[in-house]
Design a protein around this ligand. Structure first.
Ligand code: ADP
Ligand code: MG
Length: 406
């Protein structure tokens, strides 16, 4: 049995038109002789009646202390509703179809409510239905803990469901359908002229996803990479969309020998709504330095772009926890400065390893636009700069142009 997993995101299933387009994509692949597993997200985004954020706000606005366990029970409904609607859309197109919750599909997770990890997938139930010739629609984003509790997998969790099912079912590939034509050289909302990449390696997409290109969730990519299942990112609304194929570099070079040379820069990504925190200390107070990081870690505040000099420690946190971070540090007797509403822009390229001059190009592109670099860090495959949030679009555009990605 040849299997393909197709995942449809929130924007794809939000409207009847979207769901009908999705059903056509299912019918096309089924006509090619594939057994199809469909993974759906909740319908729509914030404000839409059954979107995840709408469900959360429904109780949180009145009862802010709602427990994570009950929040998961609530938000899992979004995908279940979407599953039932999708089953009927498929049936209407003449496809024999059945809907399953994440738990029924064998997605077994740990007990970390609202951000659970998949421990294993028990695919027997899904396989049985596929063998009967049914299209199996699975509610994304959710699983079942061994205790019998319903859990959810965190933001982008439906991508993770699709990848995990793809690996467990030994699918030929996992297709991630969304509202853009594939993975692009920058977020098309900021850079309309961004190009769709025809192919990329798992490593490239992981870097881009971690640095803000949320088109595929990084956890999903890691699962697919370990399980050797190719990902194909496509547009629900385009017929015969080629999309972006994501696989191992060895597979790609078979089809595109040019890839062997490697590309220097893959794309430009960004993360908004970050706060820069600077803590001033006297020189040579290692105990104090340690206290800063321990204190924030013990309150579950995660830090990024950490820059340490003898007299100051700088890092970024999400805007929403910045006040808490300030409070904790001040209570500990530290001298703190917070700058809200910053953005992290990142140039990603696994090919830039060891190539000189990339940083100089980044700085040149930004300074030409009078964009101040507040912090910068680099790794073997990324260069990131922190800038003021109001300069975000200009910065991404400038970097995109500087590296000739248009
Ligand atoms: P879905 O609901 O289908 O999961 P998401 O909103 O999670 O959709 O992801 C699709 C969105 O990701 C696009 O609408 C696009 O604005 C955004 N995006 C950010 N960076 C990129 C990128 N480099 N390439 C393509 N899309 C991107
Ligand atoms: Mg998504």
């Amino acid at each position: 049995m040849k299997i393909v997993v197709q995942k449809f995101g929130g924007t794809s299933v939000a409207t009847r038109d979207g769901r009908e387009a999705a059903a056509k994509r299912v019918k096309e692949i089924a006509a090619e002789g594939y057994a199809v597993v469909v993974v759906v997200s909740a319908m729509g985004r914030k404000g839409d009646p059954y979107a995840t954020d709408t469900l959360i706000n429904m109780v949180k606005d009145i009862y802010p202390e709602t427990s994570p366990r009950e929040l998961d029970l609530l938000t899992s409904c979004g995908e279940i509703i979407s599953t039932v609607v999708m089953v009927n859309t498929l049936k209407n197109l003449g496809l024999n179809s059945i809907g399953l919750t994440g738990g029924q599909a064998g997605i077994i997770t740990d007990l970390h409510f609202t951000d659970a990890h998949i421990l294993r997938v028990e695919p027997e139930h899904v396989l049985r239905h596929l063998k009967r010739g049914e299209v199996v629609v699975v509610a994304g984003f959710q699983g079942l803990a061994e205790t019998g509790d319903i859990t959810t997998l965190g933001r982008g969790g439906s991508d993770t469901t699709a990848a995990a099912l793809g690996v467990a079912l030994k699918a030929e590939r996992v297709e991630i359908f969304t509202d853009v034509s594939g993975v692009k050289t920058a977020d098309p909302r900021l850079v309309p002229e961004a190009k769709t990449l025809t192919h990329m390696t798992y490593e490239e997409i992981v870097q881009m996803a971690y640095e803000g290109a949320k088109v595929v969730h990084p956890r999903a990519v890691e699962i697919a990479m370990k399980g050797n299942v190719p990902l194909l990112v496509k547009n629900t609304f385009e017929e015969k969309s080629k999309g972006t194929l994501i696989t191992h570099v060895s597979e790609i070079t078979k089809a595109w020998p040019d890839m062997r040379k490697g590309r220097l820069i893959t794309g430009v990504t960004h993360i908004e709504n970050m706060a820069k925190v600077t803590v001033f200390v006297e020189e040579n107070t290692p105990e104090k330095d340690l206290k800063i990081f321990e204190l924030l870690a013990s309150h579950g505040i995660s830090l990024d772009m950490i820059t340490v000099t003898p007299e100051r420690k700088s890092f970024i946190v999400k805007d929403e926890v910045a006040e808490q971070a300030r409070f904790l540090l001040q209570e500990a007797g530290l001298d703190v400065e917070v700058l809200l509403s910053c953005a992290k822009v990142t140039v990603v390229g696994t090919g830039m390893r060891g190539i000189p001059g990339v940083m100089a190009n980044v700085v040149q592109a930004l300074t030409r636009q009078n964009i101040e670099v507040l912090l910068s860090v680099d790794s073997h495959a990324t260069i990131s700069c922190l800038i003021r949030g109001d300069k975000l679009a200009a910065a991404v555009k400038a970097l995109h142009k500087q590296f000739h990605l248009e």
